[in-house]
Ligand binder design. Structure first.
Ligand SMILES: Cc1ncc(COP(=O)(O)O)c(C=O)c1O
Length: 407
């Protein structure tokens, strides 16, 4: 037996301020529902179901070195080159491999950015609702996130420059944008991006753009990187990821991309402290980027656009549900005619099934810094095929009717 512990050791502020993921928090209820024989339609997590490119999987299978060594801390040279070439060819940019630092997912790149730009107590401006893990990264780095509210009524577009500027203080180090946006699916216009870049230039703060979903834009829109506006601006830091674009979430590959040599050097110092990102995945990703046809992404985007339409039409038709039409990524926020979406999401998993199936949705409050604004909303990830989305929506509708009748 371990010796008697008389006094509990107090764990860090950092740990206590890191919230559980709103996407995963109810996972135990889903596991239980499945154990009870209920089929669960997952609309809670942005895990694409599109097959990972063969080019990547072949690269993994063909690895033949006798020793699996560390990769360089800045990333595999072939991958830095391939990622740069890929962006230049597909987006008409002129990036250079030396501007790339390969990270273990965009998640690690974001942690590096927070750590490098800010001392504890410094501030980063974000748009609310926001990608929930920014809240966790901020807690890890001791950064205060300052939310600027965006509303469903205006399709979650950016508020005026005045609203943003008035939140800038002497401790503000950056404005962080995510476009196309998770959780709203909003794609910021060139003018909106330019407004943020101008503001960052004037206030001498960083403009950090999370471009994890860059190519996932629908209708007539073309992918837009902040680098299209100002390719050599040393206040711009792009965070990118292969996770969603190539159905490669488990590959854990992202990057930080900037012209700012000091940021790159500091990132490299942090990267050296964690040694390297996984070796084989980087080699396979380089091979994939060098050989994959643009068809892969073209088809995936068409498929997601179809799903977006199915989801939007289906939700809009449910009495009392308010939803905006997402323009990109694969998420939507829906306002339900109920008070507590977390209670409803739990109810769906714990107490409800329809023809042996239920849906798992993410309560949106966890994506809001001002949580009250998300109380009656859910975030939906449309990463199921259209037929399954239709079924999931029927279940959601039946669940809502039942839930309202008993609450
Ligand atoms: C907006 C956004 N940024 C970053 C990430 C993290 O991506 P990665 O898998 O590359 O760590 C995600 C993942 O869902 C995301 O939605």
């Amino acid at each position: 037996m371990i010796g008697a512990i008389t006094k509990q050791i107090i764990l860090s502020q950092r740990a206590r301020l890191t919230p559980p993921s709103p996407i995963r928090r109810l996972a135990h209820l889903s596991t239980q529902a499945k154990a009870n024989g209920t089929k669960v339609y997952h609309l809670n997590i942005g895990q694409p179901d599109i097959e990972t490119p063969k080019e990547f999987l072949d690269g993994i299978k063909n690895y033949s070195e006798k020793v699996l060594a560390y990769e360089g801390s800045a990333g595999n040279e072939q991958l830095r080159k391939a990622w740069s070439n890929y962006m230049n060819a597909s987006l008409g940019l002129s990036t250079e491999p030396a501007q790339f630092l390969i990270t273990t997912g965009a998640s690690e790149a974001l942690i590096f950015v927070f750590m490098i730009c800010c001392d504890p107590g410094d501030e980063i401006i974000i748009f609310d609702p926001t990608y929930a893990n920014y809240i966790g990264f901020a807690a890890i780095a001791g950064v205060r996130l300052v939310p600027v509210p965006c509303t469903m009524d205006s399709n979650f577009s950016l508020p005026s420059r005045f609203e943003i500027e008035k939140r800038i203080t002497s401790r503000t180090k950056a404005i962080l944008l995510c476009s196309p946006n998770n959780p709203t699916g909003t794609v910021y216009s060139r003018d909106e991006l330019q407004m943020i870049v101008n503001l960052c230039n004037e206030k001498n703060i960083f403009c950090v753009v999370d471009e994890t979903y860059r190519e996932f834009v629908y209708g007539d829109r073309q992918p837009l990187s902040v680098l299209h506006l100002d390719p050599r601006n040393d206040k711009i830091i792009v965070v990118d990821s292969l996770s969603k674009r190539f159905s490669l979430c488990g590959g854990r590959l992202g990057c930080l991309l900037t012209s700012n040599k000091e940021v790159l050097q500091m990132s490299l110092n942090l990267a050296q402290a964690r040694l390297s990102s996984p070796t084989i995945e980087q080699i396979a990703a380089a091979q994939m980027l060098n050989s994959i046809s643009s068809d892969f992404l073209g088809k995936a985007i068409k498929e997601y656009e179809k799903r977006r339409d199915t989801l939007y039409d289906g939700l809009k038709a449910i009495n009392g549900v308010n939803v905006h039409k997402p323009e990109g990524a694969f998420y939507a926020i829906a306002k339900l005619p109920i008070e507590n979406a977390e209670d409803f999401a739990s109810y769906m998993l714990r107490d409800f099934s329809y023809n042996g199936a239920t849906t798992f949705v993410a309560p949106a409050a966890g994506f809001y810094m001002e949580g009250g604004r998300g109380m009656s909303k859910i975030r939906i990830a449309y990463v199921l095929n259209s037929e399954d989305i239709k079924k999931a929506i029927s279940i959601l509708e039946a669940g809502l009717t039942k839930y309202k009748s008993i609450k």
